[in-house]
Design a protein. Structure first.
Length: 197
């Protein structure tokens, strides 16, 4: 069981996601992302919804369902930053790291694992959004921390558990010269160097 505290990285992940969402152009909303379940528009909705859910989990609230409401593109960066502030406050109590929460599918996680889970989700989906819209990402340190978090929490049985690529695909082999972002993408089941459409 992990004892690493990655709450600061989770907070940074919100800012990354907000920055990437803020650079999306309205004409790009229907582009496909590397995550097969989402185009750009629905991925923005998912990022904001997941961000608010991570904050709610920090408050000890029981999550419900997987459907998130639509968010207008212009509102997404502010919504992500607001959710980030909520999450920072919600997870500030160290006791939350060892508290447990049962998720809608019946599995119970410690707060520490949930921090890793949502850090991984926000950072990976920020990469998905950046790739789909032709953005370059910095923040290699955050990507490396997210990769550590992913390796800590992602069990083999989660891969393809609900069908191919859902909720996580099989790990892809990364090139020998892969960047940390490409290694994260490959671990999460994405093609680390997607070919532009």
């Amino acid at each position: 069981m992990t004892t690493t505290d990655r709450r600061p990285a989770l907070v940074s992940a919100y800012e990354l996601a907000a920055t990437v969402a803020g650079r999306v152009e309205p004409g790009q909303l229907h582009l496909q992302t590397p995550c097969a379940d989402f185009d750009v528009s629905t991925l923005v909705d998912h990022l904001v919804g997941a961000g608010h859910r991570a904050a709610a989990l920090g408050r000890g609230e029981q999550p419900t369902g997987d459907e998130f409401p639509h968010v207008e593109l212009a509102d997404a960066p502010g919504a992500l930053r607001a959710a980030g502030r909520e999450a920072e406050a919600a997870w500030a109590d160290d006791r939350r790291l060892d508290a447990t929460v049962t998720m809608p599918w019946g599995e119970t996680f410690t707060g520490r694992t949930l921090v890793d889970m949502y850090l991984t989700e926000l950072v990976t989906h920020a990469w998905d959004l950046a790739v789909a819209t032709g953005q370059q990402l910095g923040g290699d340190g955050l990507a490396a921390t997210a990769l550590e978090a992913a390796r800590s929490m992602l069990r083999p049985e989660y891969r393809d558990a609900m069908g191919p690529g859902t909720p996580f695909g099989k790990e892809v082999e990364a090139p020998s010269d892969a960047t940390v972002w490409e290694r994260l993408a490959a671990f999460m089941g994405r093609a680390p160097r997607p070919v532009a459409a």
